[in-house]
Design a protein around this ligand. Structure first.
Ligand code: NOJ
Length: 582
């Protein structure tokens, strides 16, 4: 394993501990008693470090705060945490603009804090996955500072430059119509070099030039820095956008404008270009060179389920282990037919790849609000949890999702922190709403997140009732529902890796399916996604699922009882039912 950096004695100890820890917490598949790699049925918990736990009272969460909460995470039952970027950064995009890939931003702690977190996570049987931003750096990264100083310096070609066009009056114009996802032209003029650089996101996030082999070498080196320390893998940010069309062709207009006032374009020349797969294959080869089944997760917003298949590497399975299926949970409405179709697609169109479903993250309005109808939100949150955790998918949970934390969108533009919410106001209010502090208890007005009354984003007003401590004490809480589901998924063979059998497929309101283990034992799940009571005929025999009795494992509301396999089941509005077939 190459060591690309010089390290102190203390660091060597930390490194040795981390390697030992990788060896001890990640036994080979055979030693675990089943052949599946650890990530296949994993529950991965996303931590937005700024908002998770503040340990030093500055109003911003930090690495030591995460360490303090490991016992909570272990008891919740998560297999791994994915930590959003904590590297040195000007924080224009709250860490997704990185100025040093091999360090920790002082706001979040130190490298020693990270090593401690990693080691203690291992003791809690939790793997640590980092967020790796490969598409762009910060404009304050030393590479970009050098690149923007002259056309002749070595680092110039680390980024994507164009001379642009000049109009009749001699005015410089961008080379084409590409727009930044965060508003305005995707091209920024730099007088010192007399060129434009390309940025898919903020202008402070210049895109790296992945056609330059030195970029790949440098970024793989950064990944190795953390792999050598013992991280379990990476969530690859904006991974579909590494390459752009070399001819810089205009993208076709789709008509209309987006929330930032830019024309809607079909991103055929700036997203999902085929060249990215060669990079991913080499990256997978690099990652596979490490022991302990290191993992690559992709932030893969794609148009169809079939589009996700190539990201596994097709039949060769030599690219990402878990590209995200963002269509399933982030792109959907609460609709039984849509979920049935998407689940079936994920089961059949991914070439045997393991789906990764996700309902919440730090970029989207929380599922509480996206799916909630304002009356039955708690029951709907339990349906979503049941769907996520009883499906065949690996599962991503976002901090706060497990307690039913709502979105808190700013009401006034002067309160907005996310730059896209400022430039896009009022059509685009930004992502602050889904990033408010985690609600731990009601011991102080900061919900236990911080001792500082000036938290970087306000704490949601409902924290007195919606918080971890209160919910842990309530057997009927959303949090305990998640904990029980995760425990069940872990202990029940059918739920862990059973195949999927759709039941009652014509039902427009109730989504029902069975998970059937290799030995034929099965679990049935029925989710009433409507506000009216439904009587459901599961038709187990016809679907080839054997057994004569259904014994309730989990039910919300609690009254849904055991029944005979071929009898009707009555499901109240927004009911969720999980039953063992015997
Ligand atoms: C996706 C991240 O999740 C988001 O927060 C960020 O703004 C963009 N990528 C750019 O890095």
């Amino acid at each position: 394993m190459p060591m690309a950096w010089k390290h102190s004695a203390a660091l060597q100890c930390a490194l040795a501990a981390a390697l030992l820890y990788v060896g001890s917490y990640a036994p080979a598949a055979e030693a675990r008693g089943h052949a599946d790699p650890w990530w296949q049925h994993a529950v991965i918990y996303e931590i937005y470090p700024r908002s998770f736990q503040d340990s030093n009272g500055d109003g911003i969460g930090d690495l030591n705060g995460i360490t303090q909460r490991l016992t909570y995470l272990q008891e919740l039952g998560v297999d791994a945490i994915w930590i959003a970027p904590f590297y040195p950064s000007p924080q224009v995009d709250f860490g997704y603009d990185i100025s040093d890939y091999r360090g920790v931003d002082p706001r979040y702690g130190t490298l020693a804090d990270f090593d401690r977190l990693l080691a203690q996570a291992g003791q809690h049987h939790i793997r640590v996955i980092l967020d790796m931003v490969l598409n762009h750096t910060s404009d304050k990264h030393p590479w970009f500072i050098e690149a923007a100083s002259s056309r002749t310096v070595g680092k110039h070609d680390f980024y994507c430059w164009s001379d642009g066009k000049v109009d009749a009056a001699g005015k410089h114009l961008p080379p084409n119509n590409w727009v930044s996802l965060f508003g305005g032209s995707a091209w920024q003029w730099v007088p010192a070099v007399g060129q434009y650089y390309y940025h898919k996101f903020y202008r402070q996030q210049p895109d790296l030039n992945w056609r330059n082999p030195a970029v790949e070498q440098a970024m793989f080196g950064a990944m190795r820095f953390w792999l050598d320390r013992g991280v379990a893998g990476f969530r690859l940010d904006a991974i579909t956008t590494l390459f752009e069309d070399e001819q810089l062709r205009d993208e076709p207009a789709l008509g209309g404008t987006n929330a930032q006032g830019d024309p809607n374009l079909s991103n055929i020349y700036t997203d999902n270009l085929p060249q990215v797969h060669d990079v991913i294959r080499r990256m997978r080869g690099m990652v596979d060179g490490y022991p302990g089944e290191r993992l690559l997760i992709g932030e893969t917003y794609l148009k169809t389920t079939a589009d996700i298949a190539p990201w596994y590497g097709g039949a060769r399975h030599d690219e990402l282990q878990l590209p995200m299926d963002t269509l399933f949970g982030l792109g959907a409405k609460l609709d039984a037919a849509t979920f049935r179709r998407r689940m079936t697609e994920a089961d059949t169109l991914l070439g045997g790849g393991q789906p990764l479903f996700v309902f919440d993250n730090h970029d989207n309005i929380r599922s509480w609000d996206r799916f909630g109808d304002g009356v039955h939100n708690a029951a709907i949150a339990k349906i979503i949890a049941a769907l996520l955790l009883t499906s065949r998918s690996a599962a991503l949970l976002y901090q706060g999702e497990e307690i039913g934390q709502p979105t808190t969108t700013p009401k006034r533009v002067q309160d907005v922190r996310d730059p896209i919410g400022i430039t896009g106001w009022p059509k685009e209010k930004g992502r602050d709403g889904e990033r408010t502090p985690m609600q731990w208890d009601d011991a102080n007005a900061q919900a236990g997140f911080s001792s500082n009354p000036h938290t970087w984003l306000p704490v949601q007003a409902n924290y007195r009732t919606v918080n971890v401590r209160t919910e842990l004490a309530d057997p009927g809480s959303i949090l305990n529902w998640h904990r029980r589901l995760i425990a069940l998924r872990r202990s029940n063979a059918a739920l862990r890796d059973g195949r999927l059998v759709m039941l009652d497929p014509g039902n427009a309101s109730v989504l029902s399916y069975a998970r059937v283990a290799a030995d034929g034992t099965a679990v049935v799940v029925a989710l009433n996604m409507s506000a009216v009571t439904h009587k459901v005929t599961l038709g187990l025999k016809a679907a080839g699922v054997s057994g004569s009795r259904l014994t309730t494992l989990m039910a919300n509301p609690a009254g849904i009882t055991d029944t005979g396999a071929d009898h009707d089941v009555t499901l109240p509005p927004f009911a969720a039912w999980v039953a063992q077939v015997r």
